[in-house]
Design a binder for this molecule. Structure first.
Ligand code: CTP
Ligand code: CA
Length: 232
């Protein structure tokens, strides 16, 4: 399926990838979730494995087969995804957070199915989930030997929002998705993104707190090819 030549650019390195959505249960039969097929994260895991890396894939519920040769950890909630990343992060040389993590979860999870009796749905109080990417950015090895890459899904102000995420979450790379672009985002085999990296280049755009950002718009491409660009 892949026409990439075999290479060993990532031989000896550990790559940690998150993928797919999370599901935040409300009761035994209902949950809150995000749109995500997991295709981008699975493509990254497969590509990193093909490049010789040892890969751990922390995946939310998706309808994809586990990639060959990849250690796949299945999780449901954002908290479970955070716990799995927490347990694998120290060994990772490269961590790529491609999951569509639920920002909020219901504060209470009903033990029993919530009944419609009475006709009134009880109000749902939400609480915030841990930000896995931000945690990783904060806990990188101080010697700079760990790279953290995030994604950003935006429907407006792509560059400004993506720049602020890159800086706020201490990322070494941020892959920004404009959901208004045809062929981009979830449920497509292709993606169209802008890749942001911190840059000392004088021509770079100044971001928040005066730091410089380098923004590289990418053509519409297959997710596997994009994975190779991100890992290259
Ligand atoms: N992310 C994460 N944990 C979370 C939320 C987001 O690891 N609880 C990661 C995603 O995997 C992605 C990046 O953060 O790599 C950006 O996700 P996004 O939803 O675009 O950004 P947020 O920071 O959650 O901001 P908002 O949803 O408000 O735009
Ligand atoms: Ca979010």
């Amino acid at each position: 399926e892949t026409d990439q030549p075999a290479n060993d650019e990532l031989a000896g390195l550990h790559v940690l990838v998150t993928a797919g959505p999370t599901q935040e249960p409300l009761d035994p039969v209902r949950y809150l979730t995000n749109h995500s097929t997991g295709k981008m994260g699975y493509a990254l895991a497969q590509e990193a494995q093909a490049m010789g890396a040892e890969v751990t894939l922390v995946s939310g519920p998706v309808a994809l087969d586990e990639p060959d040769g990849v250690h796949t950890v299945h999780v449901q909630t954002a908290q479970e995804m955070f716990d799995a990343v927490h347990g694998h992060f120290a060994q990772a040389d490269i961590a790529i957070m491609a999951a569509a993590v639920g920002d909020f979860r219901p504060e209470h999870r009903s033990e029993q199915k919530i009944k419609k009796t009475g006709g009134v749905m009880p109000p749902i109080t939400l609480v915030q989930n841990p930000d896995i990417l931000a945690w990783a950015g904060e806990h990188k090895r101080p010697d700079g030997s760990q790279l953290v890459c995030g994604f950003a899904m935006e429907t407006q102000d792509l560059l400004a929002n993506a720049q602020s995420k890159l800086e706020r979450k201490h990322c070494d790379m941020l892959v920004a998705n404009d959901l208004n672009e045809p062929g981009a985002g979830f449920a497509h085999d292709t993606n169209r993104v802008v890749i942001l990296t911190p840059d000392t280049d004088k021509n770079a755009t100044a971001g928040e707190n005066g730091s410089k950002i380098h923004a590289e718009p990418q053509p519409l491409m297959d997710k596997r090819d994009l994975a190779a660009v991100i890992l290259g």
